[in-house]
Design a protein around this ligand. Structure first.
Ligand code: PHE
Length: 342
């Protein structure tokens, strides 16, 4: 190569090099450009340098200066582009902070337990305290003291689980009414959560054990108005002002007796299989405590009156959340239960 050719080659290398460097859009591309242009072994600049020794000393000096200028220009352009890329290129995304966290199921309070807790809390605010009683009871507490006639069908082996001739698994929480009145003189206001047992083997939608929650208020001058007002107040707080209705009913231990219905939470009252097309779901039995029960407990029925109720928290849970089948509450399927978890 002649002097002129070398000087020209150095200039055009600087020009082309600047374009190549400007086009590099990543650190990798820029590294490749650096090797191609100024790489020590086979870079294009090195090729020019190799041609220098063939020139005469004066020409060599001039050509050498031109090659050096090209080298400096290229290195400056490479460094500048490198700084630019480091500044603008986003770091490789190693942590995606927008990715939703993996949900772990830690368990929660069962819907029926939640209902019991909420009912208990509402009545606690109304001045009721919690009482409990044994699940293994005598016939007298479960039936006799509660004014059941001796031959009442509920005492039949088909309904009651007997542990011995006289001991049975309580079929309702009402025996705790008797135990409470025996232990505490009126005024009495208690709420009684507990498990009860029935031999309902033939019906797939009934479990042989289920929970109940009993209420009892005994004092001077208590009337049916107190029962109605308290239970409607409870229903409004618990169900959020859904329509309710009282229906006359019968229990041996209350007179008069009434059942409280709440509008079906599944269909909203239009009728569906859950409410058997009636639009209403029964949530509790209630009534004025029968004078014979008060007397059996040693309470003066001329002076004191009272009212009581027994509620099924599972049925209440169905109405509350519009659950179509009571078995869902007992199947322990987490996919169902976690929908109601708080
Ligand atoms: N013990 C009744 C039952 O199990 C419910 C009830 C309780 C009714 C208190 C009236 C008063 O069906």
């Amino acid at each position: 190569m002649t002097l002129d050719e070398l000087v020209e080659a150095a200039r055009s290398l600087a020009r082309e090099g600047r374009d190549l460097i400007a086009r590099a859009s990543s650190g990798d591309e820029l590294a490749t450009a650096r090797t191609t242009l100024v790489g020590r072994k086979s870079g294009r600049l090195t090729e020019l340098m190799k041609a220098l020794p063939a020139l005469a000393p004066d020409a060599r000096r001039e050509a050498g200066a031109a090659v050096n200028r090209a080298k400096e220009a290229l290195e400056a352009a490479l460094d500048a582009r490198e700084a630019e890329l480091r500044h603008t290129a986003p770091a490789e995304p190693r942590l995606d902070l927008t990715m939703p966290a993996r949900r772990t199921w830690r368990g929660a309070v069962h819907p029926v337990t939640r209902v019991i807790d909420e009912i208990r809390d509402i009545f606690r605010e109304l001045g009721f305290t919690v009482a409990v009683g044994p699940e293994a009871e005598t016939e007298w507490y479960n039936f006799g003291a509660l004014n059941f006639p001796v031959d009442h069908p509920a005492m039949d082996m088909h309904d009651t689980l007997y542990l011995s001739d006289d001991t049975l698994l309580r079929t309702h929480t009402s025996p705790v009414q008797v135990r409470t009145l025996q232990s505490y003189p009126p005024p009495v206001r208690v709420i009684v959560p507990g498990n009860v047992y029935r031999r309902d083997f033939f019906d797939p939608s009934h479990a042989p054990m289920f929970s109940q929650i009993e209420g009892l208020a005994v004092d001077e001058g208590i009337g049916f108005v107190d029962l109605k007002a308290t239970l409607v107040n409870f229903a409004n707080r618990f169900f959020g002002r859904r329509p309710t209705r009282f229906r006359p009913s019968y229990f041996p231990f209350t007179e008069p007796s009434a059942e409280l219905d709440v509008q079906c939470g599944v269909c909203g009252g239009s009728g569906c299989p859950t409410c058997k097309q009636t639009g209403w779901v029964e949530i509790l039995g209630s009534g004025m405590v029968h004078p014979a029960v008060l007397e059996a407990c040693g309470v003066d029925s001329e002076r004191y009156t009272g009212w009581a109720f027994g509620m099924g928290p599972a049925r209440v849970a169905l109405s509350r959340w519009g659950i179509p089948d009571i078995r869902l509450l007992y199947d322990s399927d987490v996919r169902f239960l976690e929908q109601l978890a708080q």
